[in-house]
Design a protein around this ligand. Structure first.
Ligand code: SF4
Ligand code: SF4
Length: 355
């Protein structure tokens, strides 16, 4: 008989750092378009896998000397390689016992709600939007006029369904959402990524996390965000499995612009003169002027395209300012990161161009 213990043991042996199991009933009340129970209606359990981000992949960014390891090793590497291989392994164990394992890696799938901010009909990244608009050779300024997906039955939800990963982590008892909207665990603070399995195997669920508060409400994440994307006062509140979750209101599109391009003071890859010229106001978002709409972000991408050979080049400047601020604060002031490392992540002031 397949047990929770067997699943967790297999997950850790395959390379996950932590494994928690949640009851899918904890998603009661989720918006229909983001309710994972529609993916596999007979499933009753969700298995959450935590993959730690090695602190050292951000060392080069912390020093301002090497940017590529965090986006490639931690962000892409976990999403594309490490987590899928563990999902595959654990899924086989579950299916060897006669149950089904619906695997769900961190996805780039596109559906009816944005994977950025959950808004309906807002599903393409700026890169994709540029491609679609260019391919269609129309004057369509915005992809929202194009219908990309629709339900396959009258009472269904349109594919590809995307649920809220961090709330799913909460539902698996793995941790809490910090003010930064990052998922925090007792083991790794904000340094992890998540992946999930939905199953009809009757596994014993873990309780919701009810240990000491993982977020100190220190607001270091707010202070160190280069785009001032996080509110210090406005918040979002959600209840999952009887547990109240609250995080600071985040301007996701502005964060998108900054975490891919980092702005004038934090992107050594774009010549200063480009920011000085700011032709046609194309870089207004990165200069903190004007609203951070998708259309504005597309302007940023297009304006900077000539300085990078590919989209990959754009993503060299992955921000992570809120992550490093949080790790640094938790290490110094105590909390879930305390005493994990012999030396703190940060020993002086964080760098900034043209401070
Ligand atoms: S990733 Fe960067 S831009 Fe986005 S909220 Fe964190 S610090 Fe701000
Ligand atoms: S930096 Fe402070 S307020 Fe922000 S998520 Fe971390 S602990 Fe919470």
């Amino acid at each position: 008989m397949l047990s929770s213990e067997m699943v967790k043991k297999a997950a850790l042996a395959a390379g996950a750092d932590v494994c928690g199991i949640g009851d899918l009933a904890r998603f009661e009340g989720a918006p229909k378009e983001m309710d994972p129970r529609y993916i596999f209606p007979e499933a009753t359990r969700v298995i959450g896998l935590v993959f730690r981000i090695p602190r050292g992949v951000q060392r080069g960014i912390e020093e301002g000397t090497q940017f590529y390891q965090y986006p490639s090793m931690a962000y892409g590497g976990i999403n594309e390689i490490f987590a899928p291989s563990v999902l595959y392994h654990v899924g086989k164990l579950i299916e060897d016992h006669g149950y089904e394992a619906a695997l769900y890696r961190n996805t780039g799938a596109r559906g009816v709600v944005s994977d950025m901010d959950g808004t309906p009909g807002n599903t393409l990244s700026p890169e994709e939007q540029i491609e679609v608009n260019e391919r269609s050779k129309t004057k369509t300024a915005h992809h929202r006029t194009v219908q990309f997906t629709r339900p396959v039955r009258p009472d269904g939800v349109a594919p590809d369904l995307q649920f809220h990963f961090r709330l799913a982590g909460v539902a698996c008892g793995l941790g809490e959402i910090g003010w930064s909207k990052m998922f925090l665990t007792p083991q790794f603070g904000p340094l992890q990524r998540l992946a999930f399995i939905f199953t009809d195997a009757p596994l014993e669920p873990d309780p919701m996390y009810d240990g000491p508060a993982l977020c100190r409400r220190c607001m270091a994440c707010v202070r160190e965000c280069p785009g001032q994307c996080l509110s210090a006062t406005e918040s979002i509140k959600v209840r999952v499995g009887g547990k109240d979750c609250e995080w600071g209101k985040l301007d996701e599109w502005k964060c998108y612009a900054f975490y891919t391009h980092a702005g004038r003071k934090f992107n050594p890859f774009v010549p200063k003169e480009v920011f000085d010229a700011n032709e046609n106001g194309d870089l207004n978002v990165l200069e903190g002027k004007g609203p951070a709409t998708e259309a504005e972000i597309v302007k940023v991408y297009k304006a900077l395209a000539k300085y990078f050979p590919s989209w990959v080049g754009y993503n060299m400047a992955k921000c992570g300012g809120c992550i490093r601020a949080c790790v640094s604060m938790l290490e110094k002031k105590g909390g879930c990161m305390e005493q994990r490392f012999r030396r703190p992540l940060r020993q002086g002031k964080p760098w900034s161009l043209e401070r």
